[in-house]
Design a protein around this ligand. Structure first.
Ligand SMILES: NC(=O)c1ccc[n+]([C@@H]2O[C@H](COP(=O)([O-])OP(=O)(O)OC[C@H]3O[C@@H](n4cnc5c(N)ncnc54)[C@H](OP(=O)(O)O)[C@@H]3O)[C@@H](O)[C@H]2O)c1
Length: 239
C-alpha cells in the first residue's frame, strides 16, 4: 500500500487530501499542530481501521521536525505533501507596511519548513517506491506575472516564491536519487484561508475538488514534470 505524509492535515485542503487518499486506499500519516482538537481527523482514525495515523507537528518548530523523524523511524514514505501554510502574519503586508517578525514567521512556515521536513525525511522517501516530494504552492508565487489580486500580501507572495525556488533546487539536486518533486497550485479553494472572498467567487472550487485533482497530478509526476510549477489541472504556471 502507498503511504503518504501530509502536513496541516486537520482542515482545509490538507484534510480534504487525507479524505481523498483514504478513499483511494492509501495509508496516511496526518500531521497537525493540535491532535487533541482535530476532530475530523480523529473520526477518520476511528473509522479507517488503522489506515490513518495522526502525528503532532508544528512545522515552525525545528525540534518538532527532528522529533517527527524519530516518531516516523525508517518507515518508507511514498509521498510527502508540504501543505501547512499561512496567509502571512499579519496578512496585510504592503508597500506601505512591513511587519518584520511577521514576515520572518511567514517565511519560516511557508518556505523554510518544507525544506527542513524534506531533509529530515529524505531517507524515508528513498526507502519507498514512489519517492515523491510535493509542495502546495500558490499563484501568488509567480514573480514574472505577479499573479494574485491583493496588494497587501507581500510576505505571502515572497514566501511562496521562496518555496518554489527551494523545491526546484531539490528537484535538481535529488534527481539522481530518483526523487520527484511536485510544485502544485491547488486552485482558488474555499477554505478558512480564503474565507468570504472565495465563498462569494464563481471562480472558486471546493477543497474536495482541489484534493481530487492534486492527488491525480501527484500520481502523474514523472522525471519529465519533476520541478515544474503546475496548477491543479496540470497547466504550467509562470515562475
Ligand atoms: N485556499 C486557497 O485558495 C489556496 C490557494 C493557493 C495556495 N494555498 C495553499 O494551500 C495550503 C493549505 O491552505 P488552506 O487553504 O487549506 O488553508 P487553511 O484552511 O487556512 O489551512 C491551513 C493549514 O495549515 C496548518 N498550519 C498553519 N501553520 C502551521 C504550523 N506552524 N504547523 C503546522 N500546521 C500549520 C493549519 O493548522 P492549524 O489548524 O493548527 O492552524 C491548517 O491545517 C497552504 O499552503 C496555502 O498557502 C491555498
Amino acid at each position: 500500500m502507498t503511504r503518504v505524509l501530509i502536513t496541516g492535515a486537520n482542515r482545509g485542503i490538507g484534510l480534504a487530501l487525507v479524505r481523498q487518499y483514504t478513499a483511494d486506499g492509501v495509508e496516511v500519516v496526518a500531521c497537525c499542530r493540535n491532535p487533541s482538537t482535530a476532530r475530523p481527523l480523529q473520526e477518520l482514525v476511528a473509522s479507517s481501521g488503522g489506515q490513518v495515523r495522526i502525528i503532532e507537528l508544528d512545522v515552525a518548530d525545528d525540534a518538532a521536525i527532528a522529533s517527527l523523524k524519530r516518531t516516523i523511524g525508517d518507515v518508507p514514505l511514498d509521498v510527502i505533501i508540504n501543505n501547512a501554510g499561512i496567509n502571512g502574519t499579519p496578512k496585510a503586508q504592503s508597500a506601505e507596511r512591513i511587519d518584520v517578525e511577521g514576515w520572518m514567521t511567514t517565511m519560516r512556515i511557508n518556505a523554510l519548513a518544507p525544506i527542513l521536513i524534506a531533509q529530515a525525511l529524505r531517507d524515508n522517501l528513498l526507502r519507498s517506491s514512489e519517492k515523491k516530494l510535493v509542495a502546495i504552492s500558490s499563484d501568488y508565487a509567480s514573480t514574472g506575472t505577479n499573479y494574485g489580486s491583493s496588494r497587501e500580501r507581500y510576505a505571502y507572495r515572497a514566501s511562496k516564491a521562496a518555496l518554489n525556488n527551494g523545491m526546484r533546487a531539490l528537484a535538481r539536486d535529488w534527481a539522481e536519487d530518483g526523487i520527484l518533486v511536485g510544485i502544485l497550485y491547488p486552485g482558488f479553494v474555499r477554505t478558512d484561508m480564503t474565507g468570504e472572498r472565495a465563498s462569494a467567487s464563481p471562480n472558486s472550487i471546493s477543497a474536495e475538488h482541489s484534493a481530487l485533482c492534486l492527488t491525480r497530478r501527484i500520481a502523474e509526476l514523472t522525471p519529465a514534470t519533476s520541478g515544474a510549477f503546475l496548477d491543479y489541472n496540470g497547466e504550467t504556471l509562470d515562475w
